[in-house]
Design a protein around this ligand. Sequence first.
Ligand code: 2AM
Length: 596
Amino acid sequence: MGSRQLLVLYGSQTGTAQDVAERVARDAKRRHFATRISSLDECNVGNLINERLLVIVCSTTGQGDAPDNMHLFWRFIFRRNLPANSLTNTNFAVLGLGDSSYQKFNFIAKKLHKRLIQLGGNSLVPVGLADDQHDLGADAVIDPWLNSLWEKTLNIFPIPPGLEIISDEILPPAKYKVQLLDRDTQASTPVGNRNGTTQQSGVYSNVCPYHARMISNKRVTAPDHFQDVRLVKFDISNSKIKYSAGDVLMIQPSNMSDTVVDFIELMGLDRNQYFTLAQNDPDMPLPSGLPQPCSVEYLVEKYLDINSIPRRYFFQLLSFFTADDTEREKLRELASAEGQEELYSYCNRVRRSILEVLQDFSHVKVPFEYLFDLIPAMQPRAFSIASSLQMYPDEIHILMAVVQYRTKLVKPRRGVCSTWISGLTPESPDVRVPVWVKKGTIAFPKDPTVPVIMVGPGTGCAPFRGYIQERISQNNEGCVLFFGCRNKKGDFLCEEEWMSYENKGLLRLFTAFSRDQDHKIYVQHVIKENAVLLWDLLENKGAWFYIAGNAKQMPDSVRDALKSVIQEQGLKTEDEAETYLRVLDKHKRYQAETWS
Ligand code: 2AM
């Protein structure tokens, strides 16, 4: 019994891997394992050697990178001096979540699995490679993988005599205990400032963000253009925040106020009610993102991700809270393995939110403490920083597209963070935006005289605006920007700024307006047209080459265009040009940052 301890660790960027890890932990508890769960970076890696049973769920992000909350672990586990028999007592399993539309599908999970074997660990099952393109794809791998994991695990650590697997038809205990404060206690208890307290430490994070004032929030696309893009400026004076070109601004958003009102009303909550949380399960730490005591209003506005798409477990848990048989049956069906196709059509395809599902199931009454089990915590959003501290010592700028689109549902879908930010004005003095800075994945050359070629269509120009400003503040030229958008008059972002730099001879600007003529002109076409210049910069002047943006095919097309420039101007075969690009890549002279 003493050895029936299971540790679940996750590396998660957007919360999906964490979600799956929590499912593993629930399954383990139903099998009577003493179960702990944490992110890879929160665990004490030195103690892994003592673990008998370890399950790791991790995603692969971007270009084959590890998620932020496993960077320390990643560095540790690949240390050369770790003895080859470190993990001989450890039975382990690794489940990867990846996106098969990216080249390095599940790279991190595969590499980690190999490394744990190398360190002497006993692999219980082959590495699981789930495709997180959508829930259906992921579950098609996760379900059978979990079945074989439990089969193997229970062979080694059988269920103790007299006990059996707890059915998932029994309501599990809530994660946290909630104590509602009565009016008197409430009045005498100091509660956190609505905007959080901000110290000027210079070191900020999701646990301790800087609450920045908004300086301006200006639309930079024409009023009649289909997309609303904002140049948003934040005041960071006195914060001691430092950042470099290529870094990323993390924003912890709030829910849109209409959805907050709807949710509070639907759940029959009192927005002014305060509560405190306590652990209900010694293995489940309290959430770090909530003040204590906390108001219902704060909880719904800033913590519960009520506008996210519900996952499968949401339906399973919800089925315990309806008094109506038909509803219960429907919810169970949506949570079942057989119901996954229907769940996909009902939620994922049309992007139906948790709030909207709750509105559909009108007999549901969720006990307050179960809100924490039912609804995930709001995740921060990342934006490329579009300014330079050298040009704007007290500011951070971002270029943000306001996300709005239609599906089959009547109401348009709105991105939580961009809708919230776009609705804020500098005149709302009490509103502060919780932010912190994260190191970016792209890095610019240390030598400020090396030419830099930047390809950034749409908001892809954001990190380059930061770098160009930095270079220009130091009076260095050598920046070449390829910018693409639909129309010169519609979405030529930062046009005046680029023009003024160009007029001063500090920037060479090339543009591709895709819809100002009958045929499409993209950045890759303009790259090919400027083959002579590009080859000279790369081959003779040692230029560095960058791509940023959100169009899925764009980075590959730009790479192909550059390859043909190298072939044509360098008189190389396709293979030689490919090798040339790989060498650039190896020396970090070719970098791409893409987002969706
Ligand atoms: P389009 O919308 O006319 O297709 C910024 O979004 C610019 O990137 C737009 O002009 C858009 O053109 C263009 N774009 C879309 N797909 C692209 C691709 N595969 N390669 C390069 N540019 C692309």
